[in-house]
Design a protein around this ligand. Structure first.
Ligand code: GLV
Ligand code: MN
Ligand code: MN
Length: 412
C-alpha cells in the first residue's frame, strides 16, 4: 500500500484551526466550551464529515469520528488528541494529533485500505487544565479515572459548574455515560509534538514514547494580614506574598534537589489580593504543578512542599491551606504498539528515539483502559505552550505517515 500524506492540506488546516483563537496571532487561546472552542469544534466536525466519518459526541463533549471497519463489532483502533489551548499558546499542541490523525485516515481511505477493526479519531475535551483546574477531563471520564460525581463538583473560577457549562455548550446526557465499556478500544495512538528539545538537538525525526511521567497539581491559599504599606512596620507584618515567595523557592529547590533530572515543579499562577501598590498583600493563591517519571520521587517533593507550608506558616504567622487537585500515576506504553510504530519507522528508514513524555497527555488516562503508545515529532527549540511553538510541515507529515501505517497494521 502506498500512502500519500497531503502535507500542504494538513498545514493549511492547522493554520485555519489556529484562527479560532481568543488571542492575537501567532498566539492561540482556546479555552474549553468558550464560543471560540465551540466554533473550532464545529469546524472540526465538518472536516470529519467531509472525510466520510461517522460522528458521535458524548456528554462531556468528547468527539468520536469513526471509519467503520468490515467487522464493526471488533474493538476499535483509536487515535487523536485535543484542540483546546492554554492562554497564549501555539498552534500545534494537540492539534497535530487531531488533524494528523484525520489526515492519516484520509490517506488510508485514498489508498484503498479497508480496515477490519473500525478506526476512530478521538478529540478529547479539556486536555488543558485552564478552566476547571485539572487537565484531561475527557479522558479521565472515558477511562473512569474521574467519576461522574467528582466531575460534577468541578467549577471554573467564576463558579460555573462543568456540568452546567457543558450542557449550555450543547452536550446533554449524563456524565455517567461517558465511561467507555471494557474492550471498546483495541489500541490507542496519540501523535504529538515533543514539547521538549531532545529530538531537534539530536536531529532525530521521531520519538516513540515508552512512558508518560506522573503529574500532580495543587492549589495553595495563603492568608496573611493586609494593611497600609506605609503604616504597618516590618516587625508587625504577615505579608502573604512574602510567604508565597518563600514557598515558591522551596518548591523549586525541592525539585532541583531531588537527585534526578526528571523531577520538575512549576508555580504558574500567583494571584495577589488586593493587588494595590500601597497595600500589603493579605491573600495569595498559588497553583503548583509537580511531575516526575518516578512516583516515589514526585511524592517526596509533595511531602517537602507540605513541610515547607508548615515552616512558612509558623515562621510568618500566616495560614496556609493546600488543596490537592490531582496526583496521578505514570503510565507505560504498550510494547506491541511501540513495536508496530518502530516497524513503520524501520520500513521508511526513519531513525527514532525511545523516550519518556514529561508532558501529560490524554494517553496517560487512556492507558488505564487500553494499550497505548505515543509518537513524537520535533518542535523548534522544544518550545511549547508559547506562541512561537513550531513544527515543520515535513516533520508533521512524517509523523502522520508513520501513524497511518501503524493504524493500518493494527486495524487489519
Ligand atoms: C499538558 O498540556 C501538560 O501540561 O503536560
Ligand atoms: Mn498543552
Ligand atoms: Mn497536548
Amino acid at each position: 500500500m502506498s500512502l500519500t500524506i497531503d502535507r500542504d492540506r494538513l498545514s493549511s488546516e492547522i493554520d485555519t484551526l489556529a484562527s479560532f483563537s481568543d488571542a492575537e496571532a501567532p498566539a492561540v487561546t482556546r479555552i474549553v466550551f468558550t464560543p471560540t472552542d465551540l466554533k473550532a469544534r464545529a469546524w472540526m466536525k465538518a472536516r470529519c464529515e467531509e472525510a466520510g466519518l461517522t460522528l458521535r459526541q458524548d456528554a462531556v463533549g468528547n468527539m468520536f469520528a469513526r471509519w467503520i471497519g468490515s467487522d464493526p463489532a471488533a474493538p476499535v483502533v483509536g487515535t487523536g488528541s485535543h484542540i483546546d489551548a492554554i492562554p497564549n499558546a501555539g498552534k500545534y499542541d494537540g492539534v497535530v494529533g487531531v488533524l494528523g490523525g484525520l489526515e492519516a485516515i484520509r490517506a488510508l481511505r485514498q489508498a484503498g485500505f479497508r480496515p477490519r477493526h473500525s478506526i476512530e479519531l478521538l478529540i478529547f475535551t479539556s486536555e488543558e487544565p485552564t478552566r476547571f483546574g485539572i487537565g484531561c477531563i475527557g479522558s479521565r471520564l472515558l477511562s473512569g479515572t474521574l467519576s461522574a460525581d467528582a466531575a460534577r463538583k468541578l467549577a471554573d473560577k467564576d463558579g460555573d459548574a462543568l456540568d452546567e457549562v457543558r450542557r449550555r455548550a450543547g452536550f446533554g446526557g449524563e456524565l455517567e455515560q461517558v465511561k467507555l465499556p471494557i474492550g471498546y478500544y483495541k489500541a490507542f495512538i496519540e501523535l504529538h509534538i515533543e514539547q521538549g528539545p531532545r529530538l531537534e538537538r539530536q536531529q532525530i525525526p521521531l520519538g516513540i514514547v515508552t512512558k508518560i511521567a506522573a503529574p500532580a497539581s495543587l492549589r495553595i491559599s495563603i492568608e496573611g494580614s493586609g494593611g497600609h504599606a506605609g503604616g504597618v512596620l516590618m516587625p508587625d507584618r504577615h505579608d502573604a506574598l512574602c510567604a508565597a515567595a518563600e514557598l515558591i523557592l522551596a518548591i523549586e529547590n525541592a525539585a532541583r534537589n531531588s537527585g534526578a533530572i526528571d523531577t520538575v515543579a512549576t508555580v504558574g499562577i500567583c494571584d495577589v489580593f488586593p493587588g494595590a501598590v500601597n497595600s500589603i498583600p493579605s491573600r495569595v493563591r498559588l497553583s503548583v504543578d509537580i511531575r516526575d517519571t518516578d512516583l516515589q520521587r514526585r511524592d517526596l517533593v509533595m511531602r517537602t512542599l507540605e513541610a515547607a507550608c508548615n515552616t512558612v506558616s509558623t515562621g510568618r504567622g500566616v495560614s496556609i491551606h493546600t488543596e490537592l487537585l490531582n496526583a496521578d500515576a505514570p503510565a507505560d506504553c504498550a510494547p506491541a504498539i511501540i513495536e508496530a510504530l518502530s516497524q513503520s519507522c524501520r520500513h521508511h528508514e526513519l531513525t527514532f528515539l525511545p523516550m519518556v513524555s514529561r508532558a501529560y497527555h490524554d494517553s496517560l488516562f487512556m492507558a488505564r483502559i487500553v494499550p497505548v503508545a505515543m509518537l513524537f515529532i520535533p518542535c523548534l527549540n522544544g518550545y511549547s505552550h508559547r506562541p512561537d511553538e513550531y513544527a515543520h510541515p515535513d516533520d508533521i507529515a512524517r509523523g502522520t505517515l508513520v501513524l497511518a501505517e501503524t493504524l493500518a497494521a493494527l486495524s487489519a
